[in-house]
Design a protein around this ligand. Structure first.
Ligand SMILES: [Zn+2]
Ligand SMILES: [Zn+2]
Length: 462
């Protein structure tokens, strides 16, 4: 083996399958999540859903299987698989029970396990993996304990501490064998503003500012990993900062409670030296975020850390706002240096859903390689900051990014100059106040009453 093949490793990042057990090809209704027209929901309009999915719906089993088959075909021997959650469909809680959610998590886990029998899998739960959705309890819960059993083989293959840590808190850490990389898997659901089990806790209660003591846990862990000279990949389901596909208000749309967004930024600032990269999901879109030294006060700051947000497998068109849109299904292969932990390449593979349905065949192909598409020597906070400035100023480079943002679904011409500014602000300003100041160019195109109605309608978001 040559030197490169020894030091280079790969891993898959897959996420947001949103497998819908009720998806019914041909006879379902695209007006009704592609459920059968005789289903309990009883709506009858819409078009015929295709074999591999529809942009108005979540993923049928054929799409889930084709994604995992593609992973197996493209790289059957990755060092590990990062799987960042959201396994169930975007339908109301009344159609679910804890048992049904667990069944879906179990089905997807089995599909991955059967294709990658000997591969280390690093899983976390998404906000759609609880019942009721978004309501992840602090500490132990029935659903989390049962998921720990489903994932017992994976988690125990890391060590018994990873297993018991996930079971009791939804978080854990794992050294990747034969590398300097340590995965720190966070339970981001505790910081979600739609999680009523944490959002109502006042700041005066220690669980308000730091639910389940996760920031304290991460602080001690990262300090120890720095002493061990490890390179950390911070991973989780919901990312900090603002969503890049929401133009309804200048303040934008974000997921974390502000107090937790602030603490997340502080954590990254303090431990930037040991954090090599961050991998998150939940948006279903392809984007990235930058963190800066003294972010609150310095402008322009020095970039110190970055986060890559991976596209989802589900193509589902979000109800959050009209401009949020749908996406083609995506999966992502990441090449890294096992010694330094540095990310060398990010290769996104995708399924052109329209074409797949027409041909009756799922032909997953390379969408793009990050470094060659953007002509970068390396992926670092500095190179990504330089790319971000190019995205802001050079339309042709921005259009490449925008094309990738929906996994080659939406025409970049749809994104106006204001929309382009919004993307720049979400990438470079993870802090909410600073994002709002930056996003002055994105004027609400609807009046506030209309925006409120849209907000009320968007209960099923992401
Ligand atoms: Zn999702
Ligand atoms: Zn999610």
């Amino acid at each position: 083996m040559d030197h490169l093949s020894v030091t280079r490793g790969t891993f898959w990042h897959v996420t947001d399958f949103h497998y819908d057990v009720n998806y019914t090809a041909s006879t379902g209704s695209t007006d009704d999540m592609c459920w059968a027209k005789t289903s309990v929901r009883g709506r009858t309009g819409g078009n015929k859903p295709g074999k591999f999915g529809d942009y108005a719906c979540d993923a049928p089993l054929a799409l889930v299987n084709s994604a995992v088959d593609a992973m197996k075909k493209i790289d059957p021997n990755p060092d590990f698989i990062l799987w960042t959650g959201d396994d169930t469909a975007h339908v109301s809680d009344q159609y679910f029970s804890e048992e049904k959610v667990l069944e879906i998590i179990s089905t997807l886990s089995n599909i991955i396990q059967q294709s990658f029998q000997y591969t280390l899998v690093i899983p976390v739960l998404g906000n759609h993996d609880f019942h009721p959705k978004n309501q992840a309890p602090i500490g132990e819960s029935s659903i989390q304990s049962k998921v720990a059993e489903i994932w017992a083989e994976w988690l125990r293959s890391i060590d018994t501490e990873a297993y018991s840590s996930f079971r009791s808190s939804g978080r854990y850490w794992a050294d990747i064998p034969n590398s300097s990389v340590t995965m720190v898997a966070l339970n981001t659901l505790l910081w979600y503003k739609s999680n009523d089990l944490t959002s109502g806790i006042p700041d005066s209660d220690p669980s308000g500012l730091d639910p389940d003591g996760q920031f304290v846990w991460a602080d001690e862990l990262l300090t120890g990993l720095s002493e061990r000279k490890r390179r950390v990949y911070l991973v989780g389901h919901i990312p900090p900062g603002s969503f890049e596909r929401y133009q309804q208000t200048q303040a934008g749309f974000h997921w974390y409670q502000e107090r937790h967004n602030d603490r997340y930024i502080q954590m990254v600032e303090k431990h930037a030296a040991v954090i090599e990269a961050q991998f998150f999901a939940h948006h279903h879109t392809d984007s990235f975020r930058l963190f800066f030294k003294d972010q609150k006060t310095n402008d322009p700051g020095t970039p110190i850390s970055y986060q890559l947000i991976a596209p989802g497998v589900t193509p589902w068109r979000s109800t959050l706002s009209p401009e949020t849109g749908a996406n083609n299904p995506g999966i992502r292969l990441i090449t890294y240096d096992r010694g330094s932990g540095q990310i060398l390449e990010v290769s996104t593979y995708y399924l052109n859903l329209t074409k797949a349905n027409l041909e009756g065949e799922a032909d997953w192909t390379l969408e793009y390689d990050f470094t060659s598409a953007y002509n970068l020597d390396s992926i670092t906070p500095t190179s990504l900051y330089s790319l971000a400035r190019d995205l802001k100023n050079e339309r042709s480079i921005f259009e490449k990014y925008y094309q990738a943002n929906t996994v080659s679904l939406e025409d970049p011409a749809k994104c106006t100059a204001k929309c382009q500014t919004l993307h720049w602000c979400t990438i470079t300003e993870v802090d909410y106040t600073r994002f709002n100041d930056c996003n002055i160019a994105t004027l609400a195109s609807v009046n506030s009453a209309m925006a409120l109605t849209l907000m009320m309608l968007s209960v099923l978001i992401r």
